[in-house]
Design a protein around this ligand. Structure first.
Ligand code: TXA
Ligand code: MG
Length: 353
């Protein structure tokens, strides 16, 4: 099979909706990343998502709906959840809510909650309205790879496994939705994204952020979300994050880069636009401007994918303050680097030297 990439029109949306209703998979754009959709009420179709992505079946899927009324049959929406939905949906926010019996256990890995999202993208919304069923959709990448922010990324990963990709250009946000758990005592961000903690707190001041968004799980620690258990977003080569004062970060990045280069290892530096000129003779890839964190979110996954295209074996990467959009960026970078962070304010260890 080779995927067809179709530009959205009334007839292609109807065609995609028909495929979904018939139990097939369709990749479609959202404002965050491309999703790999299946009719959430068709268990066989849902199972195919896990096969195609190579995704563990205990990692639950997000159920996408067109509006709040379409969500009601599938989850219990309390007053606080309704306030957040009124403020941010459609948008890059996923709420974990108590599920109803209509959610097949294959969708939510048999948990008591279901993840509900109303995407803010005209193609996604038209598709949801046309197919008249909820769409279960993870990111449309092979499990473990950076999420796809263009149709070309989807083709790279799944081009021989699905029949249709709807074209939507580059995704506006570029990182996956914020996942907020509404089932505990305090609403808790399990995955930071485009709706930042302070935006959520403008509606519900008590919102907190799980500290595991920036650290690996301790041995035996239960994952708040199954997605935290798995390696994610990783390029094929090794990725190291470098923190410290700007001068020390620059010096250490260049040191590690040169050391690898002399050893014959294809290496690269991921740097912010403001610092590119500091690495004049090195191979550098931009990850956007510190002054505009949204540009970093938008470019990050493309940058990580380009490392593989260029067969880079070692990448050193600058870090940014983990606040607001920076929290989402640093969450993805920590995971992509398997939480390997070098402190450039300390002398190099033997391993790094
Ligand atoms: O922006 C997005 O959210 C994209 C687009 C396509 O909507 N989707 C996406 O899906 O990123 P996925 O499957 O790649 O990530 C969903 C995350 C996973 O980490 C999963 O473990 C978590 O949400 N999740 C889903 N349902 C859950 C539940 N009931 N309880 C805890 N975590 C859940
Ligand atoms: Mg994903």
């Amino acid at each position: 099979m080779h995927s067809q990439v179709l530009f959205p029109s009334e007839s292609t949306i109807q065609h995609a909706a028909k495929l979904l209703r018939n139990g097939q998979l369709v990749a479609f754009p959202t404002e965050t990343v491309y999703g790999l959709g299946a009719n959430a009420l068709n268990v066989e179709a849902v199972k195919r998502i896990f096969d195609v992505k190579g995704r563990p079946s205990n990692n639950p899927l997000i159920v996408h709906v067109a509006d709040i009324s379409a969500a009601r049959p599938f989850c219990h929406i309390n007053k606080e959840a309704k306030m957040l939905m009124d403020a941010f949906c459609p948008g890059p926010l996923t709420l974990l809510l108590p599920k109803t019996e209509r959610i097949p256990s294959e969708v939510n890995a048999g948990l008591a909650s279901v993840a509900i999202r109303i995407p803010n993208h005209p193609v996604a919304l038209s598709l949801l309205k046309a197919c008249k069923v909820p769409i279960a959709a993870p990111s449309a990448n092979s499990s473990g790879r950076p999420s796809p922010t263009t149709s070309a990324h989807v083709l790279q990963d799944l081009g021989d496994k699905i029949s249709l990709i709807l074209e939507g250009g580059a995704c506006e946000v570029g990182l996956e939705s914020t996942v907020l758990d509404m089932t505990g005592k305090v609403p808790t961000v399990l995955r930071p994204g485009g709706i930042t903690p302070n935006m959520l707190r403008s509606v519900l001041p008590e919102v907190c952020v799980a500290d595991s968004v920036l650290r690996p799980l301790h041995e035996g620690e239960a994952a708040l979300s199954p997605g935290m258990l798995y390696k994610h977003y990783a390029p094929k080569g090794k990725l190291l994050l470098v923190k410290g004062t700007p001068e020390n970060v620059r010096t250490r990045c260049l040191f590690l880069y040169e050391q690898a280069r002399h050893a014959g290892i294809a290496s690269c530096i991921l740097a912010f636009d403001e610092h590119i000129s500091l690495y004049a003779n090195a191979r550098v890839i931009s990850i956007g401007a510190l002054a505009q964190p949204e540009t970093i979110a938008k470019q990050l996954f493309s940058a990580l994918r380009s490392l593989d295209e260029q067969c880079v074996a070692l990448t050193v990467c600058e870090v940014m303050p983990p606040h607001e959009m920076g929290l989402a960026v640093m969450n993805r970078l920590h995971r992509a680097a398997a939480f390997q962070v070098i402190d450039a304010d300390k002398p190099p260890t033997n391993q790094q030297a």
